[in-house]
Write a protein that binds this ligand. Structure first.
Ligand code: UD1
Length: 417
């Protein structure tokens, strides 16, 4: 099995370009099922999750073609409304096709999804939303099954601003009669990107980015060309990499508004941040200090940046408190970071991190996507060699991270080490 070998203690320097957003492109690909025209997506990153989503759409009958970062999707001749277990298990986001299938074909059968083991990740909010819209939902033999009985626009109050449930309900409401209003909706930038994509195909949606989203049903969606937004979590990861190595890195292709919480927390540690027109420069230093963080739905600090900041806070002066409020099991990187000498104590959903002025390379395992990123960052700070296994988790969501880090001067190699 391939591993990453990281040798640390070298400040990163130079310029890196951020790829298109994984969490924007996945719902957009799922939403392609709503369209009977040709869809051209630009800026598509090279990720395992996108291959899985493409494979899933092909199983349904979509025609997909990829050339470099351009993905063409045609869902005119979808033949099946069933997502089998072997594909659904590979990725949590596979569930996102359910709303789109229900809206376009009035039926869907989707095996319970898999994904990172960071929490139980139930589907109750999605299914409750579908039921409210008048879809009959049953759950049996490991599948979620839905049928349109009297599907029409309704008012839906989400118990929690779930990103996936908001996206799935938007899709389920796009092609049914009447007006749907989603209250307590998630406000993530990826939902705005989904709204923009759907509206360009002929949907009538407004309010994405706010906590109420209004969807007027339409009868048909056509083709579109769309460029996906930059990945704010990849950007945040490179910002943390610059800071942890006390480097000086310029990051291109970012939307400043999307990374405000990451900027704020890095500034609190004492890293220098300079914003330019379409980029951001991060300069780390030896005086960086502790800070406290609580993960929250957007526009709060993203849970997807928590592990990377845990690595960073393990290397700065003082004691930091980090509270994870979104996922109940998202501290799996802690035992791995401890192997590298990090001083972290866990009390329920709270981590207490005492910064050390050195970490040590060790053999560690990427237990999930962002945990893997945290281990790379810790490796970049450590003395000696860090060997990271289970790269399949990292490759799900980072577009050639080792090559991008190499261009910044990191000593990082991928292979059968
Ligand atoms: C999306 C992101 C993921 C990110 C997460 C939170 C994608 C493809 N993935 O995941 O990277 O970490 O948002 O920002 O965009 N919940 C329920 N019932 C439900 C749905 C969710 O209880 O029906 C809970 C989850 O268990 C979790 C919380 O709500 O504790 C947040 O989950 P959600 O916002 O739905 O995350 P995802 O859409 O799965």
């Amino acid at each position: 099995m391939e591993k990453l070998l990281v040798r640390g203690y070298k400040p990163l320097k130079g310029q890196v370009r951020i790829s298109g957003s994984k969490n924007a492109i996945l719902p957009i690909m799922a939403a392609s099922v709503l369209s009977s025209g040709e869809i051209i997506l630009n800026g598509v990153p090279d990720l395992e999750d996108i291959k899985v989503m493409s494979e899933m759409l092909e199983i349904l009958g979509a025609k997909i073609h990829r050339q470099n970062d351009v993905l063409t999707i045609n869902c005119t001749d979808i033949k099946s409304c069933e997502v089998p277990e072997h594909i659904s298990r590979k990725m949590r986001a596979s569930n996102l096709v359910m709303g789109a299938l229900l809206a376009r074909f009035g039926k869907a059968r989707v095996a319970y999804p898999g994904g990172c083991a960071i929490g139980s990740r139930p589907m109750d909010l999605h299914l409750k939303g579908f039921r409210n819209l008048g879809y009959e939902i049953t759950e049996e033999f490991g599948y979620m099954q839905g049928r349109a009985i009297n599907a029409e626009g309704k008012e839906i109050m989400l118990d929690f601003p779930s990103v996936g449930a908001t996206e799935n309900i938007i899709m389920a409401a796009t092609l049914i009669p009447g007006t749907t209003i989603i209250r307590n909706a998630a406000r993530e930038p990826e939902i705005i990107d989904l709204q923009n994509f759907l509206n360009r195909m002929g949907a009538k949606i407004r309010g994405a980015g706010l906590d109420s989203i209004r969807i007027e049903g339409v009868t048909r969606l056509g083709g579109v060309e769309h460029t996906v937004i930059p990945d704010r979590i990849e950007a945040g990861t490179f910002m943390a990499a610059a800071a942890i190595t006390r480097g000086d890195v310029y990051i291109e292709n970012v939307v400043h508004e999307h990374i405000q919480p990451t900027i704020a927390k890095l500034r609190e540690t004492g890293a220098e941040i300079i914003l330019t027109n379409c980029g951001i420069r991060i300069i780390g230093n030896r005086k960086m200090r502790s800070t406290d963080i609580k993960t929250m739905p957007y526009p709060g600090f993203p849970t997807d940046m928590q592990p990377q900041f845990m690595a960073l806070l393990s290397t700065v002066k003082g004691t930091s408190i980090l509270v994870e409020t979104i996922f109940e099991n998202r501290f799996m990187h802690v035992p791995e970071l401890r192997r590298m000498g990090a001083d972290i104590k866990i009390e329920g959903r709270v981590a207490i991190i005492k910064g050390k002025n050195r970490l040590e390379g060790a053999a560690v395992e990427a237990t999930d996507l962002r945990a893997g990123a945290a281990l790379i960052l810790a490796g970049l700070f450590s003395e000696g060699e860090t060997k990271i296994s289970r790269l399949e988790h990292i490759e799900r969501g980072y577009d050639n991270i080792h090559l991008k880090l190499k261009t910044l001067g990191a000593d990082i190699t991928k292979g059968n080490i």
